[in-house]
Design a protein around this ligand. Structure first.
Ligand code: ADP
Ligand code: MG
Ligand code: MG
Ligand code: MG
Length: 418
């Protein structure tokens, strides 16, 4: 398979291709002719096939040379499959059992075969159905703390860190998508923008005219572009998380690069807040989802609190990086001062998290790529009410970020906007 040349695989081609890989044949079991193969990709960019044999299943993801959501008119490099594979392997090492195991990768075909997650579903869908995930806070906070800490200057030598940055520097086309679709287009006239019209016409226009907001989003954009703090997932919304009652799995790290940690944490928190504000649009009788909604806000609080606790604990016990030389913090006075500095670091990271959570929210309502939390609210007027609340909250999180000093202030504001 080192000889493979890129071609878009159909089911029959995939069957032949996989039949040539002994480890995959053994994993699947049975005769290749009897494997079931179906394309299930529901994302914006790639093909995903589920393949099942008599003894096991796999998921096979292949990058397309263009954006699936838009079509061939919007080319996108196949190299993203290489970065996704690299990130999956890195995350599997740092956060065992929280990402699907890679079973096979083919660079020229831009293809990765991985562990089939079953009976997992996409978390976003579970949340629309008001399902609670008791393991989520524990698992996602571990994923975030470990993947971010161990790729940061708190853990790595300067040389290791710069080699890591270089390994992912070529993934700039995926970064550019984020730079445009999250940090620019929702705030200007752009052909691909859409929103629930006519209800949100005036709000969309106000966002395009608000210079305070344009300054705030541009500061966040610059932070995204110019802060290689850690290897981030880069697309950590609730559609990139698959859940079962007892398991949380993070998928789809094709946007990975060395960027600001708050972008990943903010993605999780922003998407949970969107689930919360969309929830009213999914109720069939008033108050039916109240306890689920309370759980969602507890989850928002838990994600930050547990992440911060685990990250600081790693910093205390595993800091081998060049970032804070122990020789500068000797003795009891040094230890006390370093501990205060850890708290100051977390306070700054929290500010970034609040800003990025807001940016992730606004782009889902005024930009190109929307989410089903809102889209599945069939009544457009009701949907617009939910979306307007989310925009109002996000705007204040972006413009008044320093007033959100705790995660409790964020959940309080989310409650009050309803
Ligand atoms: P994209 O980059 O196009 O968004 P994803 O990696 O998010 O692609 O995968 C698209 C969909 O395929 C997911 O929403 C999920 O339903 C399914 N999927 C992806 N990976 C797996 C897996 N390992 N096991 C089961 N289903 C998967
Ligand atoms: Mg995806
Ligand atoms: Mg498993
Ligand atoms: Mg993707």
């Amino acid at each position: 398979s080192g000889q493979s040349q890129y071609r878009i695989l159909r089911e029959a081609d995939l069957r032949d291709y996989l039949a040539g890989l002994p480890a995959i044949v053994a994993h699947l079991g049975g005769a290749p002719a009897d494997w079931s193969i179906s394309e299930v990709g529901d994302g914006n960019l790639n093909l995903v096939f589920i393949v099942k044999g008599t003894s096991g299943g796999i998921a096979v993801k292949q990058a397309l040379p263009y954006v699936r959501l838009v079509g061939e008119s919007w080319p996108l490099p196949l190299s993203r499959a290489h970065y996704e594979h690299l990130a999956l392997v890195h995350q599997a090492r740092l956060a065992p059992k929280l990402v699907p195991a890679v079973l096979h990768h083919d660079g020229p075909l831009a293809l990765t075969a991985m562990e089939l997650l079953e009976p997992h579903i996409i978390m976003r869908k579970g949340l629309i159905g008001a399902t609670r995930y008791p393991r989520f806070v524990e698992d996602i906070s571990t994923f975030l703390a470990r993947t971010l800490f161990f790729s940061s200057d708190l853990s790595l030598t300067a040389a290791e860190k710069k080699e890591g940055i270089a390994d992912f520097a070529g993934n700039h086309a995926l970064c550019k998508i984020t730079e445009d679709l999250i940090f620019t287009d929702p705030y200007r006239v752009a052909e691909q923008n859409r929103w629930t019209a006519p209800h949100l016409d005036a709000t969309a226009a106000a966002f395009r005219d608000d210079l305070d907001l344009h300054v705030a989003i541009s500061r966040l954009k610059l932070k995204f572009m110019g802060s290689p703090e850690a290897l981030i997932h880069g697309d950590l919304h609730t559609g990139s998380i698959m859940v079962a009652a007892s398991e949380t799995m993070v998928i789809d790290p094709e946007f990975a690069f060395y960027g600001p940690m708050g972008f990943d944490i903010g993605a999780v928190i922003g998407n949970l807040i969107m689930a919360y504000l969309a929830s009213a649009g999914h109720e069939r009788s008033p108050g039916e989802r109240a306890s689920f909604e309370a759980w969602l806000l507890e989850t928002v609080e838990g994600v930050w609190t547990e992440f911060a606790r685990k990250f600081v604990a790693l910093w205390r016990s595993e800091a081998k990086g060049d970032g804070y030389p122990v020789s500068l913090f000797a003795g009891e006075a040094g230890a006390t001062r370093l501990e205060a500095e850890r708290q100051a670091y977390m306070a700054r990271l929290f500010q970034d998290t609040v800003g990025f959570a807001a940016a992730k929210t606004i782009r889902r309502i005024l930009g190109l790529a929307h989410n089903i939390d809102f889209e599945w609210i069939a009544d457009e007027k009701q949907r617009a009410i939910c979306e307007a609340r989310a925009l109002k909250l996000a705007r204040s999180m972006m413009l008044e970020t320093p007033s959100f000093t705790t995660i409790g202030a964020v959940t309080k504001a989310a409650r009050e906007v309803r």
